[in-house]
Design a protein. Structure first.
Length: 324
């Protein structure tokens, strides 16, 4: 494991080079190191590490005086930390770097499968994340010599920094993760949208994450009779001026914590507005007086929002949109 990494760090060079959709990771890296010798790159990164150690120490002192000190304010006071430093041939965050130095060192030792929690650091390229993730799965399975090795994905939780607008790019990462689960054989998905925290990228409540990964493994790969899934969008029907939504894993209805919210509806202009919600057993009907001819629905299509709808397992309804 290595925190804060792009999936591009965990694949080999041909995987990136030979796919036009994700080749930009390599092209941008090559541009960064253009004209620099290996020695110059090493010095550049070692100098950054020295700066980082001093910065971290001073940041700790600032937090002791003011626990509410924001990252932005600290950068103003101490100078821009510019994490993770210069991306070059010794920076662990470089494309292909962790595949070369970590993954390739342990494959093809015997393994049962993979638990994979990543995606935050690819939010700047959300539209190509499905290709990147599925390419990684394919590569790892090839390197271990088993194209059916179990691979369980953790779908990203809710999160947004207080200083940022809601870019809705994490929505696309979650969508790509769900799409990978639905399209790649022998995969699972642990939905943890309810575990996210506002302005804190590291969820403090990690126990449900481990429990849901365990349930996925037990059901999908050990054949145990456990309820491993929360509700997942299946289909829609237009009726009564609104949209009726059907779901997998909702046979026993829904459990609502607080007030049901998070659904939006839109017509052909795809201008989404908040929808009124009616839960009818295993189906959910949404409607808005502001949308005369609804075509599209989406749920919790935010980087961060409250999560209120679950099934009896306590696993939340997975975010989704219907227009794509």
């Amino acid at each position: 494991n290595w925190g804060g990494t792009s999936a591009s760090a965990w694949v080999d060079r041909p995987t990136l080079e030979n796919n036009a959709e994700i080749r930009s990771y390599i092209d941008e890296y090559e541009k960064r190191i253009e004209g620099k010798t290996v020695e110059e790159q090493i010095k550049e990164y070692r100098d950054y590490q020295k700066f980082e150690r001093v910065w971290d120490k001073k940041y700790g002192e600032l937090l002791q005086k003011d626990p509410t000190m924001s990252w932005e304010k600290a950068n103003e006071i101490l100078g821009d930390k510019n994490w993770p430093g210069p991306i070059n041939c010794v920076n662990p965050f470089r494309p292909t770097g962790l595949f070369e130095t970590m993954v390739s060192r342990v494959c093809p030792y015997t393994i049962k499968g993979f638990l994979y929690y990543q995606g935050e650091s690819d939010d700047h390229k959300p539209d190509s994340y499905y290709t990147l993730l599925t390419s990684l799965i394919k590569l790892w399975r090839e390197k271990w010599g088993d194209d059916e090795l179990p691979f369980i994905i953790v779908q990203l939780p809710m999160f947004k920094y207080a200083a940022d607008p809601d870019y809705k790019h994490w929505c696309k990462i979650r969508e790509a993760q769900m799409r990978a689960y639905k399209t790649v054989k022998n995969t699972g998905i642990a939905v943890i949208s309810d575990c996210g925290e506002f302005n804190e990228i590291h969820p403090k409540n990690k126990v449900p994450v481990g429990e849901r990964l365990c349930l996925q493994a037990e059901k999908l790969f050990y054949g145990m009779d456990v309820k491993a899934f929360g509700p997942i969008y299946k289909s829609l029907e237009y009726k009564n001026g609104g949209i009726e939504l059907s779901f997998d894993n909702a046979e026993n209805g829904f459990v609502v914590k607080g007030e049901a919210q998070g659904f939006e509806i839109a017509g052909k202009d795809e201008e989404f507005v908040k929808a009124d919600i009616t839960i009818n057993g295993s189906k959910i009907f949404i409607k808005s007086d502001a949308v005369e001819k609804p075509l599209y629905a989406r749920y919790n299509w935010f980087n961060y929002c409250e999560v209120t709808i679950f099934n009896e397992t306590g696993i939340p309804l997975a975010p989704f949109r219907t227009e794509k």
